[in-house]
Design a protein around this ligand. Structure first.
Ligand SMILES: [Fe+2]
Length: 307
């Protein structure tokens, strides 16, 4: 008999979907008032309170993500309004890149500039968000306004399941994952010199169980070491290769459609997206990313606010 723990993630579970809260439908502003209502919310206006205990339970531990499908017939402003109302139930929306950050292909190249991959059409590789050692968003959220015409599948993988497999097959590499490694500094407004890069060191893995925190950005780590004139240690490359191969095999792949809102626990889940291509004349792929700090309604797993 096959041990279910060894089944690939994608065959063991599907992306976890829940219906949008009823309160969102009843409070939805009319189409011609949604833009003003959204502006008021983003300026700090009060949000309707929703019942979100089910969502907290899904986000605080496995499966550590949830997808809600709002009606595709809602206007962009109505969808953004509903998205902000939903996210504000869980904490504070971080403003570092703007509370709502449009993930669209801006024709830039992250390999030759400091542009984030979120402004390109490239595959992102599996990663967790934020390359800044001092800041890690609790939730990463994406609202799909336009899925685009080709590619762009979403990917999700569980850090705790990966850790279990790492311990089984490469136990000596766990110590490598728990050591801080520098990451390139690409956050706007932060100093980007070599000492800043050296100081921006982050372990891939900290904690255990409910306190597990996984922070993975292979590309920015290798680039940091390159800028510092340091070779990538062989055991770090082995670890990266294991993580990438494991996620390639086990990540859940799925398509977001218009109206879908994906919420991901950024400590416990690693995410990515495949490359995409906008077709001439077709609607361009557009997702709206947000970072949320702090679960406010999850007493069992309260996550602290961060700056
Ligand atoms: Fe991301």
């Amino acid at each position: 008999m096959t041990n279910p723990l060894h089944l690939p993630f994608a065959t063991r579970t599907q992306v976890f979907r829940l219906p949008i809260p009823h309160g969102l439908r009843t409070a939805l502003p009319a189409k011609d008032q949604a833009e003003a209502a959204l502006s008021a919310l983003l300026a700090g206006g009060e949000v309707p309170r929703l019942k979100v205990s089910r969502f907290n339970a899904q986000l605080a531990s496995a499966p550590a993500h949830v997808v809600l499908g709002a009606p595709a017939s809602w206007t962009d402003a109505q969808l953004r309004w509903a998205y902000v109302v939903l996210l504000r139930q869980f904490g504070t929306m971080n403003d570092r890149y703007g509370k709502l950050f449009e993930v669209v292909d801006q024709g830039v190249d992250h390999t030759t500039t400091n542009a984030p991959v979120s402004k390109t059409k490239a595959a992102t590789g599996m990663h967790t968000d934020s390359s800044d050692a001092r800041y890690n968003p609790d939730l990463v959220a994406l609202l799909c306004l336009q899925p685009g015409s080709r590619g762009g599948q979403s990917l999700l993988a569980s850090a705790s399941e990966l850790l279990a497999r790492l311990r089984k097959s490469h136990p000596t590499l766990e110590a490598v994952a728990r050591k801080p490694w520098p990451r390139d500094v690409v956050t706007p407004g932060l100093a980007q010199n070599l000492s800043a890069i050296e100081a921006n060191a982050i372990p891939i893995l900290t904690g255990e169980g409910d306190d597990l925190e996984f922070r993975y950005m292979r590309y920015w780590t290798e680039r940091a070491l390159d800028k510092l004139g340091q070779p990538v240690p062989a055991n770090l490359t082995r670890l990266f290769d294991f993580i990438d191969a494991d996620m390639d095999e086990n990540a859940l792949r799925f398509n977001l459609k218009r109206g879908d809102m994906l919420l991901v626990n950024n400590r416990l889940m690693v995410h990515g997206r495949e490359a995409f291509e906008d077709q001439p004349g077709a609607a361009r792929r557009c997702l709206v990313r947000a970072w949320v700090d702090g679960f406010v309604d999850s007493p069992g797993n309260r996550l602290p606010l961060r700056d």
